[in-house]
Design a protein. Structure first.
Length: 157
């Protein structure tokens, strides 16, 4: 195997982070861990396979996993109302792995088409996005213990 440790987070795109925070944090009780801005960058565009991607992001603790919530300022997201459940909806799911480079090679051989090779997205945080054999976006990431949203930060109960 490639060192799979578990599903780490689900990523979703919303039209308003303030509305998402009001729902997920205030209403559902998720814990706000981080608020970030990812301005346009060459690496970001390669990982996301977008042009001039610009987003604000919340990282929330949601019980036994994390929820990453994006609000994109660019490119302008398509508005989708009453989308059937059979249509694609979530932006990606992430797998935390022991060695991101080993997992990258293993999953590429298994049919994953990567957007870009793994990058360092922060000290102790290596990651990349790709497409599973069905076109769904996935992420692999390697985090050092003690990182704000590493698995060792999830407490039972």
């Amino acid at each position: 195997m490639f060192g799979f440790k578990g599903i780490h987070h689900i990523g979703i795109s919303v039209p308003s982070l303030s509305a998402a925070k009001a729902f997920y944090v205030d209403k559902l009780g998720f814990t706000l861990l981080d608020e970030s801005h990812f301005p346009p960058s060459e690496e970001g565009d390669k990982v996301l396979r977008l042009n001039q991607a610009d987003s604000h992001v919340l990282m929330l603790r949601a019980g036994n996993l994390f929820l990453e919530v994006f609000e994109f300022q660019h490119p302008e997201p398509a508005v989708q109302h009453d989308r059937p459940v059979s249509d694609h909806g979530y932006t990606h799911f992430a797998m935390e792995v022991e060695d991101v480079h080993k997992a990258y090679d293993y999953l590429q051989a298994a049919g994953v088409q990567w957007h870009h090779t793994p990058i360092e997205a922060g000290e102790g945080y290596l990651m990349t996005y790709g497409r599973d054999p069905f076109g769904n976006v996935i992420e692999i990431q390697q985090l050092v213990d003690g990182y704000t949203f590493s698995f060792d930060q999830i407490q039972p109960g």
